[in-house]
Design a protein. Structure first.
Length: 153
């Protein structure tokens, strides 16, 4: 039977950069495409941002990610709003890390993202800033991922 234990699940608001981060981590060509449904690939469970933004879908977000090997909660450094409830990550009994995306953009506010992610229950030392466009922080993120799932890209 297929297992999700070696997959990384990505959750985060619409347009936060989940799909682009998957592409960057697997060295794929970066191309925008709205995620319309849960996408399972070799290494990832990529969810649509609606799953965390709309409370009616939140149980679904938990259901499809709770048996993965690692959860990455994504926050875009340019996002001025938060949709993730306080201590949301305590729902899980698997490791959860936070990733701040789009740090290449001038108006990115890393401190605000850190606040949103710690509000969600992530420890500050488990939050990594990255840019999928420039590659900044990606090597550090891969090193953390490797501690939880086998990931050979
Ligand atoms: N500048 C910059 N733009 C990024 C970065 N990551 C993603 N983007 C852009 O942000 C937009 C949304 O990226 P996606 O990866 O599709 O976001 P998503 O979280 O998968 O969105 P949904 O599928 O709607 O939930 C796209 O236009 C990306 O090109 C980044 O690191 N830097
Ligand atoms: Mg997507």
């Amino acid at each position: 039977m297929a297992t999700n234990k070696n997959r990384i699940a990505l959750i985060g608001r619409i347009c936060s950069g989940k799909t682009t981060l998957c592409q960057r981590l697997t060295n794929e060509f970066i191309a925008y495409g709205k995620t319309q449904q849960v996408n399972y690939s070799e290494h990832f469970i990529d969810t649509p941002g609606e799953f965390i933004e709309l409370p009616c879908f939140r149980p679904q977000a938990i259901n499809v990610t709770c048996d993965s090997g690692l959860i990455i909660l994504i926050n875009s450094g340019t996002d001025q709003q938060n949709s993730v409830p306080p201590n949301f990550v305590y729902t899980y009994n698997i490791p959860v890390i936070g990733v701040i995306t789009k740090i290449d953009l001038k108006h990115c506010d890393v401190k605000r993202s850190q606040r949103y992610l710690t509000y969600a229950g992530i420890q500050p030392n488990n939050i990594l800033p990255v840019s999928a466009f420039t590659g900044e922080g990606i090597a550090e993120l891969k090193a953390v991922i490797q501690k939880h799932v086998s990931f050979d890209h």
